[in-house]
Ligand binder design. Structure first.
Ligand SMILES: *Cc1c(COP(=O)(O)O)cnc(C)c1O
Length: 404
């Protein structure tokens, strides 16, 4: 008789988004005349940029021609894309990352889940709390849990670093030393970030204790403040302790196109063993390359036209973010984020729990957001709104909230 992987039994349920969907559907069924505005979406809504579409069309035509047809892509990704990444995302920012250190993939979610495979099962992980659920879930699936504390609902090998208004959403070095540290900056869900100097402290800490930082930079394109690093490799010594994940989903609207990459520097080693070689081995074994057409689309995001068009898309979302942030402030809310990220994190009023505030907003304003408690214990008492809706809907939602 076969046996299942019992680690999957330890997974926390995907309670958050299914509960939201159920509540919204029950409400609309009971109140069919009400028009719901969704400010909970974590997906982009703007169409792909013309430069991207043009590159894809051209690549499609090439694939239909015997002279320019392409089969399997190279394991690490096409050189044209890895060269463009090295040049535009790193060298132009003074970061010395070579194309051999860049692994093209189908997105940052899968990379963030898969990267833990090259680390031992006993490694302890540290995550920010609240947190993007993939980091914890993928480690639980891999059995990286340790002893369960039923009362706290936590595992001994998963260290939560609370990020709340009390510490300005800046994670503090944990009391117990972690082996892997997940940092997502700018952050989903809080929309907050830290300065280059604060990030340098994390790099120094990781090098000192012998930990690896897994740095999720999915929201890099939304950074507006000069003191915020666009890459962890802007910090001294990051190449001996950090892996960086990037995605074209939020900066270029590739959520349905699928493209990302991971940087594993050659200097990142465990004794004599190079993590770059290990990830190359893993990538070559379990992944057969991102599509040629999509890699050409990715390349187009770095052309002068592509860059200008993507800047406009990001500006559109950030105009929504500013409208939400300012509107909520006028309505008397305490708000965070929305400056370097398309997320606004608000403190629920009058000691309401996240779910109480969810119901209140749904029933009284017909606006849907995401309860902070769904992202971790320290998210309780907070609520996430996103800037990915249309400008018109965003303004309409704020008018309703202001009238409450
Ligand atoms: C959206 C998002 C990603 C991007 O994932 P893809 O698989 O590239 O679409 C990665 N990390 C975080 C925290 C995100 O919110």
């Amino acid at each position: 008789m076969f046996k299942i992987n019992e680690n999957y039994q330890k997974l926390p349920g995907s309670y958050l988004f299914s509960t939201i969907a159920k509540k919204v559907s029950a409400y609309t069924k009971a109140n069919p005349e009400k028009e719901i505005i969704r400010l909970g979406i974590g997906d982009v809504t703007q169409p792909l940029a013309p430069a991207v579409i043009e590159a894809m069309h051209k690549a499609v035509d090439e694939m239909g021609n015997a002279d320019s047809f392409r089969g399997y892509a190279p394991d690490l990704g096409y050189e044209f894309l890895r060269n463009a990444i090295a040049e535009h995302d790193y060298r132009s920012r003074g970061c010395d990352i070579s194309p051999e250190e860049i692994f093209v993939s189908d997105g940052a979610k899968s990379d963030s889940a898969n990267i833990q495979e090259i680390f031992g099962p006993d490694n302890r992980i540290a995550v920010c709390d609240p947190v993007y659920p993939v980091y914890v879930d993928s480690n639980v699936m891999a059995g990286r849990t340790g002893v369960y504390d039923a009362q706290a609902g936590t595992w001994s090998n998963v260290i939560y670093m609370p990020c709340t208004m009390e510490n300005n959403f800046v994670p503090e070095f944990p009391k117990e030393t972690p082996d892997l540290i997940y940092l997502c900056l700018p952050n989903n869900p809080t929309g907050t970030t830290i300065t280059r100097t604060q990030l340098q402290e994390w790099v120094d800490y990781a090098n000192q204790v012998g930990a690896v930082i897994i740095y999720d930079a999915a929201y890099e394109a939304y950074i507006s403040e000069p003191e915020v690093a666009h890459s962890i490799y802007e910090c001294q010594g990051a190449k001996t302790c950090a892996i960086e994940l990037k995605s074209y989903s939020k900066n270029a609207g590739f959520t349905g196109v699928r493209l990302g990459y991971t940087v594993v520097p050659r200097e990142l080693k465990c004794g004599e063993v190079s993590l770059n070689h290990m990830w190359a081995r893993r990538h070559g074994t379990k992944f057969n390359g991102a599509p040629y057409i999509v890699q050409r689309a990715g390349e187009a995001t770095y052309s002068p036209e592509g860059k200008a068009q993507l800047k406009e898309q990001v500006a559109y979302y950030m105009k929504n973010a500013a409208a939400i942030k300012n509107g909520l402030k006028e309505a008397g809310y305490t708000v965070f984020g929305g400056v370097n990220a398309p997320y606004i994190w608000l403190k629920t009023p009058e000691q309401m729990t996240s779910w109480e505030f969810f119901d209140y907003l749904l029933e009284k304003a017909n606006v849907v957001g995401t309860p902070g408690a769904g992202f971790g214990p320290s998210g309780e008492g907070y609520f996430r709104l996103t800037a990915f809706g249309s400008y018109e809907n965003t303004l309409a939602a704020l008018e309703r909230i202001k009238k409450l």
